[in-house]
Design a protein around this ligand. Structure first.
Ligand SMILES: C[S@@+](CC[C@H](N)C(=O)[O-])C[C@H]1O[C@@H](n2cnc3c(N)ncnc32)[C@H](O)[C@@H]1O
Length: 278
């Protein structure tokens, strides 16, 4: 008898980075809407990146704020190891990039920040809106809290995963692992919560009509993200992993047929940029 795994999912930076182009684009769109940071005293900006993953988007912050001290925070030792290896240390503009372990569910700013940012991570953090107040409180006057989360949890890729996990064959093995990352609010709720905190807030959503290359590319995509809890729950049983993936692959092929130029994979994302009063 197998018990349902409920530990934190293990992450695979290499698998995650296979779609780095598509995954980075929303962060660049988010960055474009972040206003000038406080620091008119000439002091370098202090920045936190919650759920920084392998650090490649954290490093983009150093392109925009070259002398900033930027700290990437994440729960996954695998992601932190990759981020450290690839990005830690002095940045090209004379700033500093470091990474450390932290659970965003409990993290509160330990010093004043000019920017707290999070890309594609808060969907993994239950009750993250409850942390908005302490995070905004931890910003300097005029500082910004900005995040992006996927908004595609009713799309076939995610709905099919949840349904498969709940079939009698898999329920006992993976339980609700196929829906573990679903903790987001709708854009209007984010807008209300952040304006209630006194922030000047910009919330929007974008659906990216991604064209993925290769065979079974949607499966390859979710292997880097939404499938992590299931892959973690089944990690000691190769045959079960293969059987689960085969059934999921079959469903995905039907839902996302390849076209002549690749497989269209629409992806909705929700963005929020909240500036604290100066
Ligand atoms: C989809 S990846 C995004 C990584 C990166 N921000 C990016 O945009 O490429 C989600 C990341 O959130 C991290 N994460 C999940 N839950 C977390 C938590 N409670 N606290 C901190 N990080 C968390 C995971 O370890 C993973 O690295």
């Amino acid at each position: 008898m197998h018990s349902v795994e409920s530990a934190a999912p293990t992450w695979d930076p290499q698998q995650y980075l296979r779609h780095a182009g598509h995954r980075t684009r929303p962060f660049i769109d988010l960055l474009a809407r972040i206003p000038q940071l406080p620091g008119n005293d000439g002091r370098p900006a202090r920045i936190a990146d919650l759920g920084c993953g392998p650090g490649n988007v954290t490093a983009l912050l150093a392109d925009r704020w070259p002398d900033a001290h930027i700290t990437g925070l994440d729960l996954s030792p695998e992601m932190l190891e990759r981020a450290e290896k690839d990005w830690a240390g002095t940045t090209a503009g004379g700033g500093w990039l470091d990474f450390r372990a932290a659970d965003a569910a409990h993290w509160t700013p330990e010093e004043p920040y000019d920017l707290i940012v999070s890309n594609a991570a808060l969907q993994w953090v239950p009750n993250h809106p409850e942390s908005f107040a302490p995070w905004v409180a931890g910003l300097r006057p005029g500082g910004t809290f900005a995040f992006q989360v996927p908004g595609n949890f009713t799309s076939p890729s995610h709905a099919l995963l949840g349904e498969l996990c709940e079939t009698p064959e898999w329920r006992g093995r993976v339980g609700d692992q196929g829906r573990r990352y679903v903790h987001i609010l709708e854009p209007g709720d984010y807008l209300r919560r952040l304006t209630d905190l006194g922030c000047e807030t910009d919330v929007w959503e974008t659906t990216y009509h991604q064209l993925l290359p290769g065979e079974d590319p949607v499966l390859d995509w979710v292997k880097g993200t939404a499938l992590r809890p299931v892959l973690t729950a089944l990690r000691d049983d190769r045959a079960a992993t293969e059987a689960f993936l085969a059934q999921y692959r079959e469903r995905l092929r039907e839902a996302y047929p390849p076209g002549p130029h690749g497989t269209p994979f629409p992806f909705r994302r929700i963005f929020a940029v909240a500036r604290k009063g100066a």
